[in-house]
Design a protein. Structure first.
Length: 255
C-alpha cells in the first residue's frame, strides 16, 4: 500500500510533525480523525505514519489536494522557522538547459515567517501562501501548488517562487534535495525564460511585429486601390446615366 509523507500531531506538544522529524519515543495522532497512529521507521522503507487497522481515514493513503497543498505550506514554513539554508533554482522553460539560482536565503535576526500573508500588489489585495518578512518588509514569497498555478501578474516580478507541493514533500522527506553544502535545493517552476531565450523571443516578436506592420501596409494599399477603382466605376456609370437622363428630359420638353 502506498503511503504519503503527511505529518501528524504530537500528542504531548500538540505540534505538527513531519515523519522525517518524528521520534519513536513520542506518540502521534492524525490531524483529521484525531485517532492514534503508528510511526514507522525501518531500514527498507522511509519514515512515515499510518493508521491502525480498520481506519476509514484516508489522510496517509490518499490525501486530498487541499491537504497536500497545506502540508507543502507547513513544510516550507518549518524550513524557514528552522533557518534552513534554501537554494531556489529553476530551469529555463524554453531551452531547458540553463540552470539559474534565484536566491540563497540569508537570514537576519529580524526575519520572521508568515502563512496566508495579505499584501498589496498593483493596488490590489493579494494573499501569499508563505512569506519571509525582514523587518516587516517582504523578503521573499513562496507559492505552493498542487494543481492550480499562480498568475504571474498577481505577484512581484522577482521576489517569489512557485513550488510543486508533491515534489517538495517527497524530495524533502526522502532527503534527496539536500546538497553537499547542506543546502536544501528547491525548484521554482515559474514559466520564465533565461536571458538568451528571452532575447531570442524578443527578436522573434519584433520580427513578427514588423511583418504584421508591413502586411497591414500592403492590405491598406490594396483596399485603397480597390476603393479608387470602385469610385472610378461609379463616376463612369453616373456620367453615362446622366447623359441618358438629359436626352430623355429634352425629349419630354420638346413634346
Amino acid at each position: 500500500m502506498k503511503h504519503f509523507y503527511m505529518g501528524a500531531v504530537n500528542k504531548k506538544t500538540n505540534e505538527y510533525v513531519f515523519p522525517l522529524h518524528a521520534l519513536k519515543t513520542d506518540d502521534y495522532k492524525c490531524p483529521i480523525c484525531e485517532t492514534d497512529i503508528i510511526f514507522k521507521s525501518g531500514k527498507k522503507r522511509r519514515k512515515h505514519y499510518s493508521h491502525k487497522s480498520k481506519s476509514n481515514c484516508s489522510y496517509y493513503d490518499n490525501p486530498s489536494e487541499s491537504e497536500i497543498h497545506k502540508d507543502g505550506k507547513r513544510l516550507i514554513k518549518k524550513m524557514l522557522d528552522d533557518k534552513e539554508k534554501l537554494m531556489i533554482w529553476r530551469n529555463c522553460k524554453c531551452c531547458g538547459d540553463d540552470v539559474e539560482v534565484l536566491t540563497l536565503i540569508n537570514y537576519t535576526d529580524k526575519m520572521v515567517c508568515r502563512e496566508e500573508f495579505t499584501f498589496k500588489h498593483n493596488s490590489n489585495k493579494r494573499i501569499a501562501d508563505v512569506v519571509l518578512l525582514d523587518d516587516d518588509n517582504i523578503n521573499f514569497i513562496f507559492e505552493i501548488f498542487k494543481t492550480h498555478r499562480t498568475d504571474e501578474i498577481n505577484r512581484p516580478t522577482d521576489k517569489w517562487c512557485e513550488i510543486n507541493a508533491d515534489d517538495l514533500i517527497i524530495n524533502t522527506m526522502e532527503e534527496t534535495n539536500r546538497n553537499e553544502c547542506g543546502e536544501i535545493e528547491i525548484e521554482c517552476v515559474r514559466d520564465i525564460l533565461c536571458c538568451e531565450c528571452e532575447n531570442k523571443h524578443k527578436i522573434k516578436y519584433e520580427v513578427k511585429q514588423k511583418k504584421e506592420r508591413e502586411q497591414k501596409l500592403i492590405d491598406d494599399e490594396v483596399k485603397r486601390i480597390q476603393r479608387d477603382k470602385d469610385r472610378k466605376m461609379w463616376e463612369e456609370w453616373e456620367e453615362n446615366n446622366r447623359y441618358k437622363y438629359d436626352k430623355s428630359f429634352k425629349r419630354i420638353i420638346s413634346i
